[in-house]
Ligand binder design. Structure first.
Ligand code: AMP
Length: 276
């Protein structure tokens, strides 16, 4: 496994790699969710490149960029075990030199959910992913359903800008009690960790209601909200039942829908979702 830290090195190495190249962009502090993407990329491509980069531009000024967990040596060991060929670990200086002034803005699908709660977040995500795609030039890139809106944003960008990269999506990997794996789970103390299961419980409630024939999206939202409010450590950011493609809120569950939510447990903001 080669660890590459500069752009010229990455460009030179890319010339020599077998294609197709499978690419998994991450912010590191890897868990089994990330590794599910890596394993699939490994099965499907002769070359696998993983990037580890905490992108400052996708964090708001009051968010957790400085405190975001980082443990590169452990990440490299895990990636080596998975048989990854190249790990790209760029620096902020090279990714965002002082003269940097071009951004990728995906409209419409970014107006809702995370886009509404975290202004500028998806501009940062789309821009860094576009940059990484241009540097790595993958045939396929792998993303997690855990960040369902991100998947829609990346697919839109790839289609609109004719990037010609296949976007593969893997289901959310969960802990045994249903909590979606996330690097941010490391912020939770034991009491908060227990409380954090309320996200999955609310999503399962939505799914059960749907399977029981419930068609009223508003009623479903309120049932989810009431359940979360029973947990004293939880503060709701949003609870959504939206069209699975456009992410516009639904009145009636008459088409494929996505239940999603963002909830603060103490100071930690967690997100999760489930297709209905
Ligand atoms: P991150 O390091 O949080 O930016 O995540 C990197 C990639 O891993 C993204 O495509 C995420 O959607 C994906 N991912 C994160 N958590 C999970 C999970 N629990 N299950 C599946 N994929 C995940």
């Amino acid at each position: 496994m080669v660890v590459v830290k500069t752009l010229p090195e990455m460009r030179a190495l890319r010339q020599q790699l077998d294609t197709p190249v499978g690419f998994v962009p991450t912010m590191g502090y890897l868990h089994l969710g990330h590794l599910a993407l890596v394993k699939r990329a490994r099965r499907e491509n002769p070359t696998v490149i993983v990037s580890v980069y905490v992108n400052p531009c996708q964090f708001g000024p009051s968010e957790d960029f400085a405190g975001y967990p980082r443990e590169l040596n452990r990440d490299l060991e895990l990636l080596q075990t998975e048989g990854v060929d190249v790990v790209f670990v760029p620096s902020d200086d090279e990714m965002y030199p002082p003269e940097f002034s071009s951004w990728v803005d995906v409209e419409k699908v970014t107006e809702h959910l995370e886009g509404a709660s975290r202004p500028g977040h998806f501009r940062g995500v789309a821009t860094i992913v576009a940059k990484l795609f241009n540097i790595v030039r993958p045939s396929r890139a792998y993303f997690g359903e855990k960040d369902a809106q991100q998947v829609l944003v990346i697919k839109r960008m790839v289609a609109d800008l004719n990037m010609g990269i296949e976007i593969a999506v893997e289901p959310t990997v969960r802990e045994s009690d249903g909590l979606a794996m996330s690097s941010r789970n490391s912020y939770l103390n034991p009491e908060e960790r227990r409380a954090a299961t309320v996200l999955f419980k609310a999503l399962m409630l939505a799914r059960q209601l749907r399977e029981g024939g419930e068609e009223d999206a508003e009623k479903t939202r309120w049932r989810m909200i009431s359940l979360i409010q029973e947990e004293p450590l939880a503060r709701i950011d949003y609870v959504s039942i939206a069209d699975a493609e456009t992410l516009e809120e639904l009145n009636s569950l008459d088409r494929p829908a996505l239940a999603s939510l963002a909830v603060r447990i103490g100071k930690t903001r967690l997100i999760d979702n489930m297709p209905l």
